[in-house]
Design a protein around this ligand. Structure first.
Ligand code: AMP
Length: 212
């Protein structure tokens, strides 16, 4: 099964994709995580991408196209969940063409829906372990207290100015992707409010996996 998790930054795509990976055996493919890994490794790509990411802008599509396609090839086009890709109509078309060659179409696009104020709260209270990449929320999933100082950080693109910018970009460039999939009858909306477990149960129901 091939799934795209869709929605604005902070809607919970990463956490739900991680659940699908840990509990249901999906390969989690997040272009954001792949880009941050390139940044940590100070690769040429990572250095080029950093400027865009830290400003809350989209990186040029070609940077992420190769990352996403390599990761999809590595899992043999089977059982993956895309998180944060595609983010533009151009990327959605690339994805279609890439999968079409292998007759491995996306089965469903799950669009997580939550009110704007919840998104802003989730992003501004998000913290990340800079070593493992694990995400936390200051209220609902506080980071462990026994870690070395400085390991838990706030992403630069989770600061208020960058958040504002990311949400504007989402409206302008990414939300049209939703209509693109809706027109193809591939889009399923999923209520993204409530606990991680509640949202995950809805996702499982939507994709036809019975709750544990
Ligand atoms: P994320 O972890 O998905 O929120 O992604 C973090 C940042 O990586 C985004 O704000 C963009 O700057 C960049 N990024 C991730 N995926 C894409 C994509 N598909 N297209 C363009 N930029 C992306």
């Amino acid at each position: 099964m091939r799934v795209v998790l869709f929605g604005p930054p902070g809607v919970g795509k990463g956490s739900q994709a991680q659940f699908l990976s840990e509990r249901e055996g999906f390969t989690h493919i997040s272009t954001g995580i792949l880009l941050r890994r390139e940044m940590r490794n100070s690769s040429e790509l990572g250095k080029n991408a950093r400027v865009y990411i830290e400003a809350g802008k989209l990186v040029p599509g070609i940077f992420v196209r190769n990352l996403a396609e390599d990761a999809i090839s590595k899992c043999n086009f089977k059982k993956f969940v895309l998180d944060g890709y595609p983010r533009t109509i151009e990327q959605a078309k690339w994805l279609y063409d890439f999968l079409d060659q292998k007759e491995a179409a996306i089965d469903t696009v799950l669009s997580l829906v939550v009110p704007d104020e919840v998104i802003i709260d989730r992003l501004s209270k998000r913290r990340v372990n800079k070593v493992t990449g694990e995400n936390y929320h200051l209220d609902f999933k506080p980071p462990p207290e026994d870690l070395e100082p400085g390991v838990i950080i706030q992403r630069k693109d989770d600061k208020p100015e960058a958040i504002k910018h990311r949400l504007e970009i989402y409206q302008a460039e990414t939300s049209p992707v939703q209509n693109y999939y809706r027109k193809q009858h591939m889009l399923q909306e999923v209520d993204g409010t409530g606990t991680f477990e509640e949202v995950f149960d809805r996702i499982r129901t939507e994709i036809g996996i019975s709750p544990a």
